[in-house]
Design a protein around this ligand. Structure first.
Ligand code: ZN
Length: 358
């Protein structure tokens, strides 16, 4: 008999059937080892998390020309932010109220998506001729050039600023709103000239042209020395317009390298109004309207996308899918500044000022 071993509390003689005491000891050993393992795993996970927090996560933005600093610009892929929702929730909006929107409201607003898949829902309801509303800092091809009446003021501001900087007023709005029948004519002519396949790279089918929204314009240049006009390509002094248009709410709708997403070859003369926060986010992140809407769809009111334009220029953007059969309840900040736009696909985008408390 080995007395010393028997005296050890944890000793179990495996050559004999286990007593209750032995079973208790075995359980104790297993629980002790489990506790140690769990503690170790927990400690390692803490170390891992701290390590991650040290690496910079803010987006790189190309802001050479931007007058807004973007300290914490969020990227379109922001699902990692969701975990912070519950603790940030009360900070987003002080008070919420609920609007009841009809389904067809998704077809209205500055952010409606019109491309080869999504037809333009309107046909000139809000457009007016530029002739009496434009400033002298630019020209129009003829009196029929029209735009959505609410965006003309921003076009005027942009080209007034351009003229002040460069002393030129030869930018010409060649085309703004285009009616369905007008687009039909253009498309048919193009098809006749180059065939359907080639025509579709440049010209939208009737009903699918963004120009039908009234939120879009094409620039050209007024040039007396040449018969008619020469094409605007956003180079030379005009590069300023292409780089700064977002400050006035306009984006370059068909940028280089995004043909697969937009469905169109690059058009440095084709500008689309989307309002400032969206334009800022789109241009800074070098994305398209399609990608912006996709990004916003990942955010509801409890986890809004933050657009940080620096200083007090901050917005929360979130998405509410629309009900087809009944009115949609859309939560909005009570007493806050916000804008609602349909996406022309399936829901509403709410862009709300961040209430700077202080
Ligand atoms: Zn165009």
């Amino acid at each position: 008999m080995n007395r010393t071993k028997k005296k050890n509390f944890l000793y179990i003689d495996l050559s004999k059937p286990m007593t209750y005491g032995d079973q208790f000891k075995l359980m104790f050993i297993i629980m002790f080892i489990s506790c140690v393992l769990f503690t170790l795993i927990y400690l390692f996970s803490l170390i891992g998390r701290n390590g991650k927090a040290d690496t910079p996560s803010s987006a790189e933005v190309s802001s050479a020309e931007a007058s807004y600093s973007v300290p914490n610009e969020e990227q379109p892929s922001v699902s990692s932010e969701v975990s912070q929702v519950s603790e940030m929730n009360t900070e987003f909006f002080d008070d919420i109220e609920t609007l009841h929107l009809k389904y067809d409201e998704i077809y209205k607003g500055d952010l409606i998506l019109v491309n080869k898949n999504y037809k333009c829902p309107s046909d000139g309801e809000n457009v007016v001729s530029l002739k009496d509303l434009k400033t002298d800092s630019y020209v129009i091809t003829d009196y029929s050039v029209s735009l959505d009446k609410d965006i003309i003021v921003y076009l005027n501001q942009m080209l007034d600023d351009f003229e002040e900087l460069y002393g030129e007023n030869d930018v010409m709005v060649a085309c703004g709103y285009r009616s369905y029948s007008n687009q039909e004519e253009i498309f048919d002519n193009e098809v006749e000239e180059v065939g359907v396949e080639e025509a579709e790279k440049w010209v939208a089918r009737p009903g699918y042209s963004e120009h039908q929204t009234g939120l879009v314009l094409d620039f050209t240049l007024d040039n007396d020395s040449e018969q008619g006009s020469i094409k605007y390509d956003g180079t030379d002094i005009y590069e300023w317009i292409n780089k700064n248009s977002y400050k006035y709410g306009f984006i370059l709708r068909y940028p280089v390298g995004k043909e697969e997403i937009t469905g169109y070859s690059p058009e440095p003369w084709h500008f689309r109004y989307v309002d400032f926060p969206a334009a800022f986010y789109i241009m800074q992140n070098e994305i398209t309207l399609e990608e912006y809407i996709d990004a916003v769809r990942k955010h509801d009111i409890n986890s809004p996308l933050l657009i940080d334009g620096g200083g007090e220029n901050k917005w929360y953007v979130y998405y509410v899918p629309a009900n087809e059969d009944s009115e949609t309840e859309v939560p909005v900040p009570k007493n806050g500044n916000y804008k609602i736009s349909g996406d022309n696909v399936q829901g509403f985008i709410i862009t709300a000022d961040v209430d700077i408390k202080g």
